[in-house]
Write a protein that binds this ligand. Structure first.
Ligand SMILES: [Zn+2]
Length: 233
C-alpha cells in the first residue's frame, strides 16, 4: 500500500525535479535563441499539463457513467431486463432500481477487498495518506473500467430506466464525495444521518490500515448493507 503511495510521490518529485533542472540548464546554455518570451510559453505548457490531468479526471468521472446510461437506453429500447418484463409502477421500479444498484456496488466493493486481482487496483484508492473529498476521485483507471463493465452487466440484467441510472450515478458520486470529505458533523447529526447513509466518520474507519477496520463499512450510499451483512464498525 505504501509503495503505491510512494511511487506516486516519487513520480511527482522526479517529474518536477527533472523539469526544473532542465528549465535552469536550457536557460544557462540555450541551444537556440528564443523567438518568444519563455515565461509565457512556460505558463501555457504547465497549464496544459494541469488541464490534461483534469480532462482525464473528468473523462473518468463523466464518460464512464454515460456508458451505463447508454446501456440503459439500449436495453430499454430492446425491452430486455427484469424491470421491462415485470412492468412495476414507475415509482416503485425507480426505488427498487436504486436500492439494487447500490447493493451491487456494495458487493463490488467487498469483492475489491477480497479478490487479490481486484485489490491490486482498489488499493490505489486506499493508499491516499490524507482523507478528503479528493480521495473520492482517486481510483485506478482499470478499477473505474471494471466498475463500468459491472454496471453495464447489471443494466442488462435489471433493465432499469435511463433516469434511474442517471440518478443512481449522481447519488453514488455525491455520497462518495460526502463520506470521503473531511467534514465535521456533530455526533447527534452523524448518528441520525448514518441511520440512512454512510457518513464521513463511518467511512473513515474503512480507510484504516488495521485490517479489522479496513474490511468493514464498505457502503458508499445506503448504510443498511453493512449492518445487514455484519460488516459494520
Ligand atoms: Zn475500500
Amino acid at each position: 500500500m505504501a509503495i503505491i503511495g510512494d511511487s506516486g510521490a516519487m513520480r511527482l518529485i522526479a517529474f518536477f525535479g527533472i523539469l526544473l533542472t532542465l528549465l535552469v540548464l536550457e536557460t544557462i546554455w540555450p541551444r537556440r535563441q528564443r523567438v518568444r518570451a519563455s515565461l509565457e510559453r512556460l505558463s501555457t505548457n504547465v497549464l496544459l499539463t494541469v488541464f490534461n490531468g483534469f480532462v482525464m479526471k473528468l473523462a473518468a468521472s463523466f464518460i464512464v457513467p454515460i456508458a451505463a446510461v447508454a446501456a440503459a437506453a439500449y436495453v430499454e429500447s430492446k425491452g430486455w431486463g427484469l424491470f421491462n418484463l415485470l412492468a412495476l409502477p414507475s415509482m416503485l421500479e425507480l426505488v427498487v432500481s436504486l436500492v439494487l444498484l447500490d447493493l451491487a456496488i456494495y458487493g463490488q466493493h467487498v469483492a475489491a477487498h477480497y479478490v487479490p486481482m481486484l485489490w491490486q487496483f482498489h488499493k490505489v484508492h486506499h493508499s491516499d495518506v490524507e482523507f478528503d473529498v479528493t480521495t473520492a476521485l482517486r481510483f485506478h483507471p482499470i478499477e473505474i473500467f471494471i466498475s463500468m463493465l459491472w454496471k453495464i452487466t447489471l443494466v442488462f440484467i435489471l433493465g432499469p430506466s435511463v433516469f434511474a441510472v442517471i440518478l443512481f450515478e449522481i447519488i453514488l458520486n455525491g455520497c462518495a464525495m460526502f463520506n470521503h470529505s473531511n467534514l465535521k458533523l456533530s455526533p447527534r447529526l452523524d448518528k441520525f444521518v448514518r441511520l440512512f447513509l454512510a457518513t464521513p466518520d463511518m467511512h473513515r474507519i474503512h480507510h484504516s490500515i488495521i485490517p479489522k477496520e479496513l474490511n468493514t463499512n464498505y457502503g458508499f450510499s445506503i448504510s443498511l448493507w453493512d449492518r445487514l451483512f455484519r460488516t459494520y464498525t
